[in-house]
Design a protein around this ligand. Structure first.
Ligand code: ZN
Length: 302
């Protein structure tokens, strides 16, 4: 029996697909988690014992980062050991600005850099609104990128590569934003997903789950991690105070209210509301905070 350190590139139930961490071209191996179920996350570095074709995950190395999203019912770990989150959106289909802000908030709360990517810039219908959302992101201190993976692939590839080279980047986005086209500019994600599904023997199911794709060193290195397209980005794992703290436009004001336990809603002497009144915090951003507050007060965090 040998022991090796491996990267988890996909999971399905108690089975994980792992690749020896020392080489990007090392063969894939199916590994089973001993004992506990469901605690392995894509991106994890794990210690495996290997005997012939059998591999078992003995332990999980401490995580450098871990991104969550959560609804009222369950918390879902999206990926571990990532350096940045690329939040992809487009003029069409219509995007939800609050989805972008929620994903930005989750990344900031997890201390992971964010990259806001506007895709499909060739679509003029809806572009001004999308451009405004990108500008808002930049005003919040987020790195931004505007490109068209389909209409101008060479330009898109070059700039997306520059923004992601050497880093582990998780792609998130609502369905239909062209996340796959962007991903396929740098890795052959379809072929690899097929390979992952075959190895895990799960048919199409794994294609809807998170997958880790190493980028060859010759192409800049790092990794791209694809996540399922979803409609909502739940933050139920974050308390109301944590949500406010993870909004860069509100965070400097926290602690300056009259009451220590101010929720920044109707309390007198609230520094946040005063800043909104002075025009220093955008009304749309405060409305977003109020939405998060209503949500947190309705459903207690866990
Ligand atoms: Zn306040």
């Amino acid at each position: 029996m040998t022991l090796q350190v491996a990267r988890v590139v996909a999971t399905f139930g108690r089975h994980s697909l792992v690749r020896e961490a020392s080489a990007a071209d090392a063969p894939l191996r199916v590994a089973t988690r001993r004992g506990k179920k469901g605690d392995v996350v894509v991106g994890d570095l794990v210690h495996c014992s290997v005997a012939g074709e059998q591999a078992a995950i003995e332990s999980i190395a401490p995580r450098r980062s871990l991104l969550f999203r959560a609804d009222e019912f369950r918390t879902k770990e999206l990926a571990a050991n990532i350096d940045q989150v690329a939040i992809v959106f487009a003029p069409r289909p219509p995007f939800n600005a609050h989805f972008l802000w929620r994903a930005l908030l989750a990344a900031r709360a997890a201390r992971i850099d964010a990259l806001l990517v506007l895709n499909k810039t060739d679509l003029t219908d809806g572009l001004p609104l999308a451009q405004a959302a990108l500008d808002q992101g930049r005003a919040l201190g987020v790195q931004t990128l505007a490109l068209s993976a389909k209409a101008a692939p060479d330009d898109a590839r070059a700039r997306f590569a520059q923004a992601t080279a050497g880093r582990a980047t998780l792609l998130v986005g609502q369905s239909g934003m062209g996340k796959s086209s962007l991903l396929n500019l740098r890795v052959d994600a379809n072929a690899r997903t097929q390979e992952y599904s075959t190895r895990l023997n799960v048919g199409k199911q794994t294609t809807t789950a998170t997958r880790w794709f190493d980028v060859p060193a010759a192409d800049g290195g790092g990794a791209l991690i694809d996540s399922p397209g979803f409609t909502a980005f739940g933050l139920a794992h974050l308390s109301l105070a944590a949500r406010a703290q993870a909004m860069p436009d509100l965070a400097p004001l926290i602690g300056h209210c009259r009451f220590n336990d101010c929720r920044h809603l109707n309390e007198p002497g609230c520094a946040v509301r005063e800043a909104v009144d002075r025009g220093e915090v955008a009304p749309a951003r405060y409305a977003f905070y109020a939405e998060l507050a209503a949500e947190a007060l309705r459903a207690p965090t866990y």
